[in-house]
Design a protein around this ligand. Structure first.
Ligand SMILES: [Zn+2]
Length: 471
């Protein structure tokens, strides 16, 4: 048995996670994964609302009644380009497949379900009232699923949201993440023979290039914590002897808070307008995604920390360590040491663990931090609406971080399943502490209100934009 707390559910939970691993699906198209979750939860006695927030695959599963309302956030989407055979410690694509669970979301979703089942048991044993909700959140990797769910008010009556992420470490997440707006800048010009009649052409590709030059000059006049990245998503064509009549770039604009991100986005848009003016092309801005910054909650982080200490971390067998050693050997230890979580309280101890162990086998204490880490997640949108906290559970060997073939390969292992079940235990214990001491929930709410300082939640995605995907 991988975790005694889950004696009666363990086999079914592991089976569910392995089923989702075997059917990797992209954001908003996680049809089989979502169906497997929903069937499982319905059988377990949860009431299900499907197709939430205008999505095909988002759901909310409910059990219990009245307040408080505790949310467990789950995900299930996969990543393109990360097809990989299970348990093979070298790149080994699966023929005919172009996706893989490179961020461990097959574990994330089922770990959230595990937490909900165990908390329900605790509530029944102790006669505690309240509502448990499992949120099946689509399209985290690309699509901003939770932002649409938050925009639709699905978290508005929650007292707290608990989540976790598969990781190379056992630790409480702390700090913030960046607000992010993603959009396409499309320029339309006039085609012409580039040698014969260049004076008749108006180049959309020139507009893309000039916009990028303008943005690169903008960088000197942004805050250090702002980030702007772009890709030329359509250069117009491969023929230099044609003046390109259409070209498009895809931009990500990030800052530490939503209002700052929106201001930076307006500056980038003005540069695009300038590029269109210079080249006599027409500009169309197509909004794609928007993610809010994460609002930390030290009250909930404290409760999660206590629950983590009580639950402990997974304990590994000699066979599991030998399995992990094969994956740890796929990257140099110096690289592993260069990518340690900055919030770790004792980096000396963590470095030693990375040098001496195949995988993280202790609880890494963290400093409570407001620091905004570079990168974005749609958990941020939830954290604006209800106090939110995130645990990290080790599910993989040292040697590679998220979005790697190594994570896909280890996704069905006992190590991964142990991490997933332990995550369920940590989240359920956190929920139990909140139900037994409701004053913690009001303290967490007060902290959220203090941090927001009266700024209301405004989803960065305009109302007219519906859940969508671009390939
Ligand atoms: Zn992820």
């Amino acid at each position: 048995m991988l975790n005694p707390a889950f004696e009666k559910y363990e086999n079914d939970l592991i089976q569910l996670a392995r089923t989702v691993w075997a059917h990797p699906e992209p954001g908003f198209r996680e049809v089989e994964s979502s169906r497997a979750h929903i069937d499982f939860l319905r059988k377990a006695g949860f009431e299900i609302e499907e197709n939430v927030a205008g999505t095909r695959t988002g759901y909310v599963a409910m059990w219990g009644s009245g307040s408080p309302v505790l949310a467990f956030l789950g995900e299930f989407d996969a990543l393109y380009g990360l097809e990989q055979q299970a348990d093979v410690a070298e790149p080994a694509p699966i023929p005919g497949q172009n996706m893989g669970q490179g961020c461990g979301h097959h574990l994330l979703g089922v770990g959230a379900i595990a937490g909900a089942l165990l908390l329900r048991d605790f509530m029944q044993e102790r006669g505690l009232g309240g509502t448990i909700r499992v949120y099946g959140c689509p399209a985290e990797e690309s699509g901003s699923g939770k932002a649409y769910m938050a925009r639709d008010g699905l978290f508005a009556d929650c007292d707290a949201a608990l989540t976790w992420h598969p990781s190379n470490f056992n630790m409480v997440s702390t700090g913030s993440s960046q607000s992010c707006i993603q959009c396409y800048f499309r320029f339309t010009g006039i085609p012409a023979h580039a040698a014969g009649a260049p004076h008749l052409g108006r180049s959309a590709l020139d507009a893309v290039e000039l916009m990028n030059v303008g943005v690169n000059y903008l960088r000197e006049h942004m805050e250090d914590s702002d980030r702007v990245h772009y890709a030329i998503s359509n250069p117009g064509g491969a023929s230099p002897n044609v003046v390109q009549a259409f070209a498009e770039s895809r931009y990500l604009v990030r800052s530490t808070t939503n209002p700052k991100c929106q201001k930076l986005y307006e500056r980038v848009k003005r540069i695009a307008e300038g590029a269109a003016l210079m080249t006599e092309t027409r500009l169309e801005v197509v909004f794609d995604e928007g993610l809010s910054n994460t609002v930390p909650n030290f009250v909930l982080e404290g409760v999660l920390d206590q629950a983590f200490r009580e639950a402990g971390v997974p304990v590994y067998t000699a066979d599991e360590r030998a399995y992990a050693a094969r994956f740890k050997a796929t990257t140099p230890v110096e690289d592993q040491l260069s990518d340690l979580p900055r919030a770790a309280l004792d980096t000396g101890k963590l470095s030693q663990n990375v040098r001496e162990s195949e995988l993280c086998d202790y609880y890494v204490e963290t400093m409570r931090s407001d620091v905004c880490e570079m990168g974005s997640t749609d958990v941020g949108d939830v954290s604006w609406v209800t106090p939110t906290c995130t645990a990290n559970l080790n599910c993989y060997a040292y040697g590679a971080g998220s979005h790697s073939w190594q994570w896909v390969a280890q996704g069905k292992s006992d190590i991964a399943m142990k991490g997933m079940l332990k995550a369920g235990e940590v989240l359920a214990l956190t929920g139990l502490k909140l139900l037994e001491s409701p004053e913690l929930l009001s303290q967490a709410r007060q902290e959220l209100e203090r941090r927001l300082g009266g700024e209301p939640y405004r989803c960065l995605i305009p109302d007219e934009i519906a859940p969508h995907y671009y390939d």
